[in-house]
Design a binder for this molecule. Structure first.
Ligand code: MLT
Length: 273
C-alpha cells in the first residue's frame, strides 16, 4: 500500500509493503529534508522478507505541515501510525533526523520498539553554533525556498565517492531535497534545534541495536557513531565504505546487507518468527 493513513487525526503519507497481516514491521524514518521515497532501495529489497513501513514525517511528502513540530510530536505521530496500521512492535530504522525521532520514540513508546537501527545520526543535542546555523537555514528557506536549502545541504550530505562517481545519484537526491515544502523544512529545523540531549538515553536502550555510519559522513562522523555504539550495551557497529551522510541511499547494497543480517537476528519482527 502506498497512500495516506489517518494517524490520530493527521493524514500521514506512508508506504506499507511486504508480507501483510503481521503485527510487526520494520519502520523507516527519513532524515532532513527527505520524505519516504528516500527509503525506496530498502523497501524494494527488504520488503521480500519483512513488512516494511515508511511514513512521511509531518511536513514532508504527503503529510501536511500542521504545527506543532518537535521530536516528541514526530514520535507520537509514528506511534499513532503504528496503531492505525495494526503494528504492535517494530524494528525502527532512523537516519539522521530519523534517528532523533527514534530516540524520542524509544523514550515515549518503548513498548513498540523491538530493535533500533541508528544510521548516520547522533545522540547529542545541537551546540549553540549549530542552532545559529539552523536559524540561518530557516531564513534561507523562507526567503529563497526549498531549492536554496537543497543546494546548501547537498554537498555535505554526500560522500566524496558519490559526489565524484555518481552524478545520477547526486541529481536524484537534489530533486528529493528540492521537493521539500518550506513549512516542513522550517518545522523540522525548529524541532531539531529544540531537541534534548539523547546521550543519557543510550544507557537505557536494552533492545538489539545496530549503529550504522558512512565512512565519509562529514555531518555525523564515524567517531560519534562509535561513541554511541560503546554506550549501548550489546550494540553492533557497521561502517559503510564509500558512503557519506546518507549511507542507505549512497550504498544501498551494503546498507541493506548490514540491515538484513541484523534484522534476521530479531525474531520479534520477522514474519516467520
Ligand atoms: C539529516 O540528515 O537529517 C540532518 O543532517 C540532521 C541534522 O541536520 O542534524
Amino acid at each position: 500500500m502506498s497512500g495516506v493513513v489517518n494517524a490520530g487525526g493527521l493524514s500521514m503519507g506512508c508506504d506499507d509493503t511486504g508480507p501483510t497481516g503481521h503485527d510487526s514491521a520494520v519502520v523507516f524514518l527519513h532524515g532532513f529534508p527527505h520524505r519516504r521515497d528516500f527509503w525506496a532501495p530498502q523497501l524494494a529489497e527488504l520488503g521480500a522478507e519483512w513488512r516494511c513501513v515508511a511514513p512521511d514525517l509531518r511536513g514532508f511528502g504527503d503529510t501536511p505541515a500542521e504545527p506543532p513540530f518537535g521530536m516528541d510530536r514526530y514520535a507520537d505521530d509514528v506511534a499513532a501510525l503504528l496503531d492505525a496500521l495494526g503494528v504492535a512492535r517494530a524494528a525502527v530504522v532512523g537516519l539522521s533526523m530519523g534517528g532523533y525521532v527514534a530516540f524520542a520514540l524509544w523514550r515515549r513508546h518503548r513498548e513498540r520498539v523491538a530493535a533500533l537501527v541508528l544510521a548516520d545520526t547522533r545522540a547529542a543535542a545541537d551546540s549553540d553554533d549549530a542552532r545559529r546555523k539552523r536559524r540561518a537555514l530557516m531564513k534561507l528557506a523562507r526567503t529563497q525556498g526549498s531549492a536554496a536549502v537543497a543546494e546548501s545541504q547537498l554537498p555535505g550530505s554526500l560522500g566524496k565517492t558519490t559526489r565524484e562517481a555518481d552524478p545520477e545519484g547526486v541529481e536524484t537526491l537534489r530533486h528529493l531535497l528540492e521537493a521539500a515544502p518550506v513549512e516542513g523544512i522550517v518545522g523540522a529545523l525548529e524541532a531539531m534545534l529544540a531537541r534534548p540531549d539523547s546521550t543519557p538515553t543510550l544507557a537505557t536502550i536494552d533492545v538489539p541495536t545496530l549503529v550504522v555510519v558512512g565512512r565519509d559522513d562529514a555531518i555525523t562522523k564515524p567517531a560519534e557513531a562509535r561513541a554511541m555504539h560503546e554506550r549501548i550495551a550489546g550494540s553492533r557497529l557497521e561502517i559503510i565504505e564509500g558512503a557519506g551522510h546518507v549511507s542507505s541511499f549512497e550504498r544501498p547494497a551494503e546498507f541493506n546487507h548490514a540491515l538484513r543480517g541484523f534484522l534476521r537476528g530479531v525474531p520479534a519482527v520477522h514474519p516467520t518468527g
